[in-house]
Design a binder for this molecule. Structure first.
Ligand SMILES: [Zn+2]
Length: 369
């Protein structure tokens, strides 16, 4: 390998031995194919690798850059004038520049995540036509013009046929990277005109490492990596699903503390966690709802964290205004979460927590521990 090892291209492509060797050779020899097909399972970093590869070529000082040069920063923001990023979007999103920009922001924040839309997403002929026009423009900086077509197998048949023409007669100094986890869905004529770059499933320790670098605690990272089947995007999706679930349970617990409905409380204890880390997470989430409730009461709505539930928090703050009781409830929840290890029977633990929490909210002193 060359001196390029300094560059974060190496990091964006870690764990992908074949791809790294092939692309490093291309960089070292200065002989780039005009079109590549990054193929392999979903969620193993093909798109991030495409960005890393282009950054390595467009970077102003590839031997020493840590990703902070002008070109690398624009590439990471998906905002480089010489680079077009195309990805499958629902028609309502691709027709709306604001929504498209919002999606791009999401993609640049976490290029390893899969995008999932409620409506079917595809790459249409309009996007491909516009791309062909832009590829003909002169690049603004050395290293040529680039296009990345993410999940290229999502091109509509019309788009694929239009794209084929661009592939057959690429403008000078232009390069295209297609990524696909379903390359068999591409036109054979597209496949045959691209150089394949094979990506494989990632090792568990590597997924763990990436998750830890994203702020997950090592134990959680280990659990997520075990179930991820070599795909970082599935690990991230599982983490996202868990955190949504925790937030929902945390909110339900917060609401239940203010209600007198015993059936509701009983019903909730059945849903709440019966392992320690989940229990802690739900209590923390509920505490953050109480804190938001307090902030709304004190007129500090701009600091509220559970923005998805903003209306319900405001309504609760209108109805229940006893700040001291809320502070006492927050302290109580925090204390319960630290005594958790003495309570292996989770259904009793939760019921006790809800009943005592309600007493505190009602302004009663609670005795015993
Ligand atoms: Zn750079």
């Amino acid at each position: 390998m060359s001196g390029s090892s300094q560059h974060r291209f190496i990091h964006s492509i870690q764990g992908q031995k074949f791809a790294l060797e092939l692309l490093s050779r291309a960089i070292d020899s200065g002989r780039l194919a005009s079109a590549y097909l990054f193929r392999g399972p979903a969620g193993v970093g093909k798109f991030a690798a495409a960005l890393g590869f282009i950054a390595r070529i467009k970077c102003s000082s590839p031997e020493t850059c840590d990703g902070s040069c002008h070109n690398c920063r624009l590439i990471a923001k998906l905002d480089h004038p010489d680079i077009d990023i195309i990805l499958p979007l629902p028609k309502t999103v691709s027709d709306n520049p604001d929504q498209t920009a919002a999606v791009m922001l999401q993609v640049s924040a976490e290029p390893l995540s899969e995008l999932s839309f409620a409506k079917p997403a595809s790459i249409g002929i309009d996007e491909i036509r516009e791309l062909s026009e832009r590829l003909a423009l002169t690049p603004t900086s050395p290293g040529g013009r680039w296009a990345v077509i993410r999940d290229a197998d999502s091109m509509t048949p019309q788009a694929a046929n239009a794209f084929l023409k661009t592939l057959e007669e690429p403008p000078e100094d232009t390069y295209i990277i297609l990524t696909s986890s379903r390359p068999d869905y591409l036109l054979p004529t597209i496949r045959s005109r691209t150089q394949p770059v094979r990506f494989t499933r990632l090792s568990r320790p590597l997924i763990e490492e990436v998750l830890i670098s994203r702020g997950f605690d090592p134990k959680k990272a280990h659990e997520l990596a075990l179930a991820a089947d070599g795909s970082i995007s599935s690990a991230l999706a599982a983490a996202e699903e868990t955190s949504t679930r925790i937030r929902e349970l945390g909110e339900e617990l917060w609401v239940t503390l203010f209600s007198r409905n015993d059936a509701k409380a009983l019903n909730l204890t059945e849903k709440l966690g019966n392992n320690r880390s989940l229990t802690e997470a739900v209590i923390n989430s509920s505490t953050s709802f109480l804190r938001d409730h307090l902030l709304a009461l004190m007129g500090l709505g701009e600091l509220i964290r559970n923005l998805e539930s903003r209306e319900r928090i405001d309504t609760a703050a209108d109805r229940f205004k006893d700040t001291r009781a809320i502070i006492a409830a927050i302290q109580f929840l925090q204390e319960r979460s630290t005594t958790l290890r003495f309570n292996p029977q989770y259904d009793l633990f939760w019921m006790d927590l809800i009943l005592r929490g309600r007493q505190i909210i009602a302004g009663k002193r609670v005795s015993g521990g």
